[in-house]
Design a protein around this ligand. Structure first.
Ligand code: FAD
Length: 434
């Protein structure tokens, strides 16, 4: 039985379940957060809007998951299954088919968050000391990339195509053009080919691919699927069903080049044009959102700008590996369980140059912090020296053979010798090596 408190609602006094930690999202990030928080002795509620735990991994039947965490090549669903079973012996309240629609922050009470849960039995409000946001990310759609033309059936995001094939057992189309060379697009190019579709090509507006190198080899090269760089879809044709698309060259500013239009007949346009962290709940709480990651700004414990609210996994920034997602979930869950609402106001900044696409965390809340720092380079680079500096000198130097935007990098280091005071910063610098 969970501890309960009486609260004054519209209908008078009512009993409200209360928890130390409420986790929103039952993907790999939320599952790890639940495990960590419960292992620390916290009373935990894990909520998931779908019928089954596992998040996006449920539909990832290809392998390549768990190499770091388990030292094995697992499918996404196998990885999810291990993470779900890791909760078996723990005393965690798990609510599936339960959507968190609203979180409210209250002052001067230890259970300072109330969370509205919507399920088949109605709306229930629970109270929590801390929140972990593990809500994942969503795909960008045709609307967000402004392709001209009609809107016939057959324009589909890569994740939806994956759901059709792997969960529903339905082919989304026969002659497919894939727009965007992100990992999901590459994986779907291979998957559609294996199931008998004709994948006419993957078209990428940038001059370099957006997906992991291993996915270019394993998903395109091994299946003779052509990758066309610096090209995009400018128009969709068809009334009821897609009949074709216009492909056009793009210049370095990503602007279409007149006179390069080419009509490609097809019945399906699969979009793999980016993922956006899902953060409506964070925004409603006033959490500061990074312009670089589109996820919350956080400290080394994954705490956001709102005390007691933590974020992890793809809700924080789009990860390429589930292993890193689980890692951030575990750290966030542990920190949430041990959170003390004290008056610590130490804050140092993590600054980075224009050479970085982003770095996480963006803040440090202890002068002795152990940092796990994730970053991506903005550009494809050859040999590079990365230096982490404070005002007193170099904290760390690392050499890279190359850096690419699709490959997220990770650094572990301690800053206790850097002598940081509140208001100071550490700085990340990339320099070319010859
Ligand atoms: C197609 C594809 C291929 C991939 N391939 C690989 C690979 O080969 N190897 C690898 O390591 N990684 C791969 N990844 C990446 C990995 O799967 C993701 O990084 C990881 O699943 C993200 O985990 P998450 O827990 O942050 O989010 P998710 O898995 O998206 O889980 C978030 C969960 O939160 C729930 N939720 C959201 N909002 C609410 C709410 N308001 N109330 C209740 N519940 C809510 C959602 O229903 C969902 O279940 C792939 C990803 C995709 C999409």
């Amino acid at each position: 039985m969970r501890a309960a408190i009486y609260s004054l609602g519209k209908g008078g006094m009512r009993l409200m379940n209360r928890y130390d930690v409420v986790i929103i999202g039952g993907g790999p990030a939320g599952l790890s957060a639940a495990k960590a928080a419960s292992s620390e002795g916290a009373c935990v509620l894990l909520t998931e809007r779908e019928q089954r735990l596992g998040g996006i991994l449920k539909q990832c039947i290809h392998d390549g998951f768990g190499l770091i965490k388990y030292g094995e090549k697992l499918s996404g669903s196998e990885y999810a299954s291990r993470e779900i079973h890791a909760l078996d012996d723990l005393d965690i309240d798990i609510r599936k088919l339960t959507f968190v629609s609203k979180i409210t922050k209250h002052e001067n009470t230890p259970y300072c968050f109330t969370i509205d849960l919507v399920s088949a039995s109605g709306v229930e409000t629970v109270a929590a000391k801390t929140i972990v946001l593990a809500t994942g990310c969503r795909e960008r759609t045709a609307k967000q990339i402004e392709i001209h033309g009609t809107r016939p059936a057959g324009v589909i995001t890569a994740g939806s195509a994956q759901y059709y094939l792997n969960i529903m057992g339905q082919m989304p189309g026969k002659n497919c053009v894939i727009l965007g060379s992100g990992d999901i697009g590459l994986i779907m190019a291979r998957r559609l080919t294996i199931e008998g579709a004709n994948v006419l090509g993957v078209y990428e507006a940038k001059s370099t691919p957006s997906g992991l190198r291993r996915n270019i080899y394993q998903c395109l090269d091994d299946y003779n699927i052509p990758l066309h760089l610096s090209k995009t879809v400018s128009k969709v044709h068809g009334k009821n069903r897609v009949e074709g698309v216009t492909i056009v060259d793009v210049d370095e500013q990503m602007k279409p080049v007149d006179g390069t239009e080419e009509y490609v007949p097809c019945d399906t346009l699969v979009l793999s044009v980016g993922l956006i962290p899902e953060n409506e709940l964070a925004e409603s709480l006033g959490v500061e959102i990074s312009q670089f990651t589109k996820g919350p700004v956080c400290d080394e414990n994954y705490m956001t700008s709102v005390k007691g609210v933590f974020s992890c996994g793809n809700a924080l920034h789009v990860n390429d590996l589930a292993d890193y997602v689980s890692e951030s979930g575990y750290a966030a869950g542990k920190a949430a369980a041990n959170f003390i609402n004290d008056s610590n106001d130490f804050s140092a900044e993590v600054k980075f140059s224009e050479d970085f696409l982003y770095a996480v965390p963006q803040r440090i809340s202890s002068p002795d912090a152990n940092l796990t720092l994730y970053f991506r380079s903005r550009y494809e680079r050859g040999k590079t020296r990365l230096t982490v500096k404070s005002k007193d000198g170099v904290i760390l130097t690392k050499h890279y053979h190359d850096l690419r935007p699709p490959e997220m990098e990770k650094l572990n280091f301690n800053i206790s010798d850097a002598g940081l005071s509140s208001g100071d910063y550490i700085e990340l610098i990339m320099e070319r090596e010859y």
